[in-house]
Design a protein around this ligand. Sequence first.
Ligand code: DX5
Ligand code: ZN
Length: 222
Amino acid sequence: MQKPTRIAPSILSADFARLGEEVRAIDVAGADFVHIDVMDGHFVPNITIGPDVVKALRAHSDKVFDVHLMISPADPYLEGFADAGADILSVHPEAGPHLHRSLQSIKGFGKRAGVVLNPATPASVVDPVMDLVDLILVMSVNPGFGGQSFIESQLDKIATLRKMIDATGRDIDLEVDGGINFETAPKAIAAGADVLVAGTATFKGGPDNYADNIARLRGTSS
Ligand code: DX5
Ligand code: ZN
């Protein structure tokens, strides 16, 4: 069932020169998850951070570390990110030939396993792995960069996945990533999402605004 909305600020929009401080600031401001975008310049056209940075950030927050792997292959790096302190590890099906094996590995490392669906990837891809998955992440932009516009056509996919998740009776989070702001957040929630990733919208205006931004995204402030 759809749970109360949780907010996962993407630190891609944080000040990278003060990353530890930024993670502490969003923690105090009410973030539920810390969303960490890992990019390799190969699966997506951008390069960001690796396991050493995740490890260094771990000391700055006890919140759920939600690690979104936009790397191919992902399998050789799963253990490194697990050891670094990830709580959730999410992979794209296109990143390797054996999605089921990737999810088994993540579970084997004692972590929650996520599958990420690009805008052109159908909901049906997760159907055969619903027994293994703990989180489904719907990309509402093409992965690679923050600050892009929400792709409205993904709302139908979110609604389809909400039905698929509820039919299993399992505790599976339904997360949306990309272009989430005060206008699009309510639409994603209405479609059935219960975790919202937000980079630009969380970090807008600097640290004094993080708590208000997060509350507004969650829908608990006006
Ligand atoms: C895109 C990343 C997103 C991104 C979201 O590849 O997966 O997490 O940082 O950024 P905003 O919220 O600015 O669209
Ligand atoms: Zn992401």
